[in-house]
Design a protein around this ligand. Structure first.
Ligand code: NAD
Length: 336
């Protein structure tokens, strides 16, 4: 099948070409993102594959439909960048990679928490400059601390399990309780009761209209003074301006982000020679107690192998007229 691959980075191409040895699709690689201007590149391709910052809103989908595309294969688990209702109405098959390596994201979450707590980002620079002073690098024992997890699906459950391994008390909030988490002693609470108790709060729910700006001025006020917030899920779960204010007052003690609500203009590109125009993001970078990575939590060898082989498997299933369980149906419209 003729497949247009948008947002191709060198690593995507390498892993896709390797995985394609089993599928034999005719892959056409485009470095550009999918949007209204670039959608015509997909003309004549029955399948299009996209990543998290590609524009899959209705006008773009319409252009893809006009060009003969019928299958939209997401190289991600999250699908908040797709107007799913419009896609399904237009008759697209939309499939995704539901779980490529929840461990990759969970481990990066822990890396942000541990790195921030022990200030590794600052210690690295100090030691390189011959500054071995410890003042300003004081951390805390994770052992015995209370961690709050919002969303205990595949990733959140591993994060909860790992924090349990550190000897933390783990509280959770989710619209559906995970029995595996309950079995290992995770205590479920309403969000309002969890926020004042968590010394570390980690977000692992999807971005939906219900969860947009879940962490905002009001919820930040309910959080324990000086708590650490980690977000490796989706940027818009957090209202960034409110978080900047909470960092200024010390209400928030530390912030670890792998995602950012306006990341579409920044992440995955080398902007080191450009003037970054996003003042909110630049303000975040000035805090000593903020550690940001550019949406790399998924970025492990194992995850890329799974993403590429599942994506091509999804396209092969579509080509054979079969379903393989990775399709997004009407039911996802309600559940997010
Ligand atoms: P999952 O579907 O297995 O789990 C999501 C959990 O969130 C479920 O238990 C669900 O019940 C819960 N949830 C849904 N709505 C909620 C709400 N309103 N309040 C509280 N909980 C709610 O998903 P997952 O595989 O664990 O992934 C979680 C998120 O991680 C994804 O949505 C995606 O946005 C993000 N992600 C980020 C990266 C990265 O590289 N940073 C990579 C993969 C996934």
């Amino acid at each position: 099948m003729k497949v247009a691959v948008f947002s191709t980075k060198p690593y995507d191409r390498r892993f896709l070409e390797e995985a394609n040895k089993e599928h034999g699709h005719d892959l056409h690689f485009y470095e550009t993102r999918l949007n209204e201007e670039t959608a015509r590149l997909a003309e004549g391709h029955e399948a299009v594959t996209v990543f998290v910052n590609d524009d899959c809103r209705e006008p773009v989908l319409k252009l893809l439909q006009d060009g003969g595309t019928r299958c939209l294969a997401l190289r991600s688990a999250g699908f908040n960048h797709v107007d799913l209702a419009a896609a399904l109405k237009m008759g697209f098959t939309v499939n995704r990679v539901p779980a490529y390596s929840p461990h990759a994201v969970a481990e990066h979450t822990l890396a942000l928490c541990l790195g921030l707590n022990r200030q590794l980002h600052r210690a690295f620079n100090r030691v390189r400059e011959g500054n071995f002073a410890l003042d300003g690098l004081l951390g805390f024992d994770l052992h015995g601390k209370t961690v709050g997890i919002v969303g205990t699906g595949k990733i959140g459950a591993i994060v909860a399990h790992t924090f349990r391994g550190f000897g933390c008390k783990v509280l959770a909030y989710d619209v559906h309780k995970n029995p595996d988490c309950e079995k290992e002693g995770v205590e479920y609470l309403p969000l309002d009761e969890l926020l004042p108790r968590a010394e570390v709060l980690s977000l692992h729910c999807p971005l939906t209209p219900d969860t947009k700006h879940l962490i905002n001025q009001d919820s930040l006020k309910k959080m324990k003074m000086g708590a650490m917030l980690i977000n490796t899920s989706r940027g818009a779960l957090v209202e960034t301006k409110a978080v900047v204010e909470a960092l200024k007052t010390g209400r928030l003690g530390a912030l670890g982000l792998d995602v950012y609500e306006e990341e579409g203009d920044l992440f995955f590109e080398d902007l080191s020679n450009k003037v970054i125009q996003d003042d909110v993001f630049m303000r975040l970078l000035t805090f000593p107690n903020v550690l940001i990575t550019g949406h790399q939590a998924f970025f492990t060898k194992e995850a890329l192998q799974n993403i590429t082989s599942t994506t091509l498997g999804n396209i092969s299933a579509f080509a054979r007229g079969e379903t393989n369980g990775n399709e997004l149906s009407e039911e996802f419209l309600a559940n997010g």
